[in-house]
Design a protein around this ligand. Structure first.
Ligand code: ARG
Length: 569
């Protein structure tokens, strides 16, 4: 019996015993749901509360607990005792630890792999920054959350397809062209593309309140672009190429790759079909010269075509959804986009449903909260941005300083500092529930103690260093005899990893993995503070096996977050 089966076994045993009471009406799974894990392991590994039974039977809970203990087959447990209204189960720790650790060290990085997905395809719309603007912290969130979800889903045997729906079309290009022609010059853009384009964009927004004709000019330029005007197209292509180069640098730093970069412009020749389909299905209505789809009282209407004929964000998303369904035959389509776009995605699903596509149900908006800095919202328009490239660079520098202090003789400091600095930023982003807002403070992010990525990485490196120092190899065939509480805590956590991955996948929530990694790292550091691992006694091989299993699972948990785990730091 392993730990994962233990709860099932307990439920089955209880069901047997409960047959004798005819008034009781509980299924095995209802019984399993009632089983608790006591806070204090003195009270056993699992506990069954009898309150609900007592109500059904009109009896005192304490009595029922005693009777269950008297009748239950306890041979699979170390002991089963009644304690007040609870039945407490003590598992056979040595057998379970032996089995769990052997499984971890023999399966290695594949520990926790599951077959749930059966290769079903899940497209993940992620990152999707806007061209000619610096990549924001919000796009960082989308990138790292999407990347981690893709890794988690792949571990569950789904086939993730990562799509970068680049914001490479829209009225902002009109503004940018006006700004570039008025205040820009080619040399600046070539030297420092994103920052120069960003400067022009900010300047445009500083002046367009006062000079409304700027907006009119911008609209005209965008119309030229839509009509295929040569100069406009040339500028657009240039802005796009330069921006993509700088985004790619960030993706390389983060270690994120995409399966497709089909952005908004890709759908230019696929919009007419959408408008036609909506027309045929009688869904298009005219409203003040614009074409809309009415979505009833709960949602604002979807604006499909503006009065000047320009198509809109949602029209592109409709075309994209249809294209993705036809191209990938997805089982689910995820959109990792900030919570502020919730209404947009509700509208998208609603329009697709009205068009008669049952698969609109398979669309999921994977929302996330805002990053603030010093409590303030970030805004590109007002030029209040944290530049992602700078964040990553600064984080790597801070990591480097700490490594110089802690481990001055470390080989290949550059590589390790990079893994730690970048990993710190990713981990910080993923450790909170994705819908929470959080404040960004670099010094917090790169600490080696506390709930940080470097703390988990450091714990992994510590485990690896113990294994390096050991005179013997850890052994995958160890028979555990006694198991102390600290070891038991770790074994239980390790055995829980597959369930944790499943939960993270179902909830599309990388924080489940990050929080787990922190718990495991903490448990291991606690163990290490109380146990001399490298002592030559009969239990040495067993302890090394434990250390190895922890190293494997910490590394794999970090990997699922998209964070590297250096062997030394
Ligand atoms: N480019 C958009 C933005 O930065 C995000 C695009 C999200 N994906 C989508 N299919 N709408 O706000």
């Amino acid at each position: 019996m392993n730990l994962m089966e233990a709860q099932q076994t307990i439920a089955k045993q209880l069901e047997q015993v409960l047959l004798q009471f005819d008034q009781v009406d509980l299924t095995t799974s209802q019984i399993a749901d009632l089983i608790e894990v006591p806070k204090n392991s003195d009270l056993g590994d699992f506990a069954f509360p009898t309150f609900q039974l007592a109500k059904q039977l009109h009896q005192v809970p304490v009595k029922i607990a005693q009777q269950i203990v008297a009748d239950l087959d306890s041979s699979a447990f170390t002991k089963v005792v009644a304690q007040g209204p609870y039945v407490n189960f003590f598992l056979q720790r040595p057998a379970i630890v032996t089995q769990t650790l052997a499984t971890v060290v023999t399966t290695g990085e594949h520990f926790g792999d599951q077959q749930t997905g059966q290769q079903a395809r899940i497209v993940i719309d992620m990152s999707s920054p806007n061209i000619a603007k610096p990549m924001s912290m919000g796009h960082l969130r989308s990138t790292v959350i999407g990347n981690s979800i893709a890794k988690i889903l792949a571990k569950l045997d789904y086939q993730p397809i990562k799509i970068n729906h680049l914001g490479d079309w829209g009225t902002q290009f009109g503004k940018l062209m006006v700004a570039y022609k008025k205040w820009g010059n080619e040399a600046d853009v070539k030297r420092d593309p994103i920052n120069s384009l960003q400067k022009y964009y900010v300047k445009f927004h500083q002046l367009d309140q006062k000079y409304p004709e700027l907006d009119e000019e911008a609209r005209a330029w965008f119309r030229k672009l839509e009509a295929g005007d040569e100069e406009a197209t040339h500028l657009w292509q240039w802005f796009r190429d330069e921006s993509l180069k700088s985004f790619t640098k960030v993706y390389d730093e983060l270690g994120v790759q995409f399966d497709s970069y089909t952005g908004e412009a890709f759908y230019n020749d696929k919009m007419a079909e959408i408008v036609d389909l909506l027309q045929q299905k009688g869904l298009l209505q005219e409203s003040k010269g614009a074409e809309i789809v009415d979505l009833g009282p709960d949602l604002p209407p979807a604006l499909i075509k503006k009065s000047d004929g320009a198509t809109l964000y949602i029209t592109r998303d409709l075309a994209a959804a249809l294209y993705r369904k036809r191209t990938y035959h997805f089982a689910k389509a995820l959109y990792v986009v900030g919570s502020e776009q919730s209404v947009h995605f509700e509208q998208l699903k609603a329009v697709l449903a009205k068009m008669g596509y049952a698969w609109s149900e398979d669309i999921e908006h994977i929302k996330f909260g805002l990053i603030t800095a010093g409590g303030k919202k970030l805004s590109t328009r007002q030029g209040r941005v944290i530049l992602l490239e700078n964040v990553l660079q600064d984080s790597v520098t801070l990591a480097r300083q700490q490594i110089d202090e802690k481990n001055p003789t470390l080989a290949d400091k550059e590589t390790v500092a990079h893994a730690v600095g970048v990993g710190a930023v990713i981990f910080h982003d993923l450790k909170n529930n994705r819908t929470d807002n959080f404040d960004f403070q670099l010094e917090e992010v790169v600490r080696f103690e506390g709930e940080t990525g470097p703390y988990v990485q450091y714990t992994h490196a510590r485990a690896m260093s113990i294994l390096r120092k050991a005179a013997q190899q850890s052994d995958d065939k160890v028979a555990w005899e006694q198991v102390d509480d600290n070891t038991w805590e770790i074994a239980k956590l390790l055995a829980d990893f597959p369930r944790i991955i499943q939960q993270a996948g179902t909830q599309r929530e990388p924080s489940v993995i990050a929080k787990y990694a922190l718990r495991l790292a903490k448990a291991f550091n606690h163990y290490y503070a109380h146990t001399k691992v490298l002592v030559a006694d009969a239990q040495l091989a067993a302890r090394l096996q434990l250390v190895q299993a922890v190293a494997i699972v910490l590394k794999e948990a970090l990997n699922l977050l998209g964070v590297q785990a250096p062997d030394e730091m």
